[in-house]
Design a protein. Structure first.
Length: 243
């Protein structure tokens, strides 16, 4: 009589998988498989829960809202600078290191502010401040010198600095409600200071104290314009005499 064989012994690995199948309720022949891979080798992932997506969306919206608020604030500040300035000069500063920008700000002194700003914000601020004729200058790395004191001193500082630092380029400016060309900015820089001009102009009035007093109380920009006109007249008279 042949012997009765006992139950076959499964390999250890197979037995482990069978126990896992029994615990999961899928039967003894169920094998627990790892997540399938795509042809590219990436795992197939389930989509993020709705709450996670909502948090990400809210975070992005908050960031956009904050950025918009910062731009509005920046434009408002530039508008105020335009309105409170006696003159402005637009420059390009491509290639100037921070140390040189600090040196330039020191040379300009307390009566002028050298501000670096994005062209889109400056254009918007200029439009809101009623400053026209400068849009073509707002290209490339732009910085604006907002002058609250005498335009001559600031123009001199910019011109002298540009001589020693070719990376600083004077592009134009704005004064007395009109745009200034590069040559006009340089001509203002070549004028004498307010004190010297007033002394000379007062003397030219030949003792007319009322006119002299009016000049001393006039805005610096008006004095600079008058001095430039007198300088042109003097040069024209000198040329006529030479002929």
């Amino acid at each position: 009589m042949g012997s009765v064989e006992g139950p076959a012994t499964l390999p250890a690995a197979h037995a482990g998988r069978t126990e896992a199948g029994n615990r999961s309720g899928h039967g003894p022949d169920c094998f627990c498989r790892a997540p399938e891979r795509l042809a590219s080798g990436a795992f197939v992932l389930s989509p993020a829960p709705e709450s996670v997506v909502r948090r990400r969306t809210d975070h992005s919206e908050r960031r956009r809202s904050m950025a918009k608020a910062e731009k509005v604030t920046a434009v408002a500040e530039i508008v105020e600078q335009f309105k409170s300035s006696t003159a402005t000069v637009v420059t390009e500063y491509r290639g100037l290191p921070v140390s040189k920008l600090t040196e330039l700000r020191r040379a300009l002194g307390a009566e002028a502010t050298y501000s670096v700003a994005k062209n889109t914000l400056v254009k918007r601020a200029a439009a809101e401040a009623g400053v026209e004729g400068l849009d073509d200058l707002f290209v490339g790395p732009t910085a604006i010198t907002f002058i609250t004191g005498e335009p001559v001193n600031a123009a001199k500082a910019l011109k002298n600095f540009a001589k020693d630092n070719k990376a600083l380029i004077i592009k134009g400016g704005y004064m007395d409600g009109a745009a200034l060309s590069v040559s006009e900015v340089e001509r203002i820089a070549d004028l004498e200071t307010r004190e010297v001009l007033l002394a000379k102009l007062a003397g030219a009035m030949k003792g007319n104290l009322s006119k002299a007093a009016g000049l001393f109380n006039a805005p610096a920009s008006q004095v600079a314009r008058l001095a430039a006109a007198l300088q042109e007249k003097k040069q024209a008279e000198g040329g006529a005499a030479a002929e």
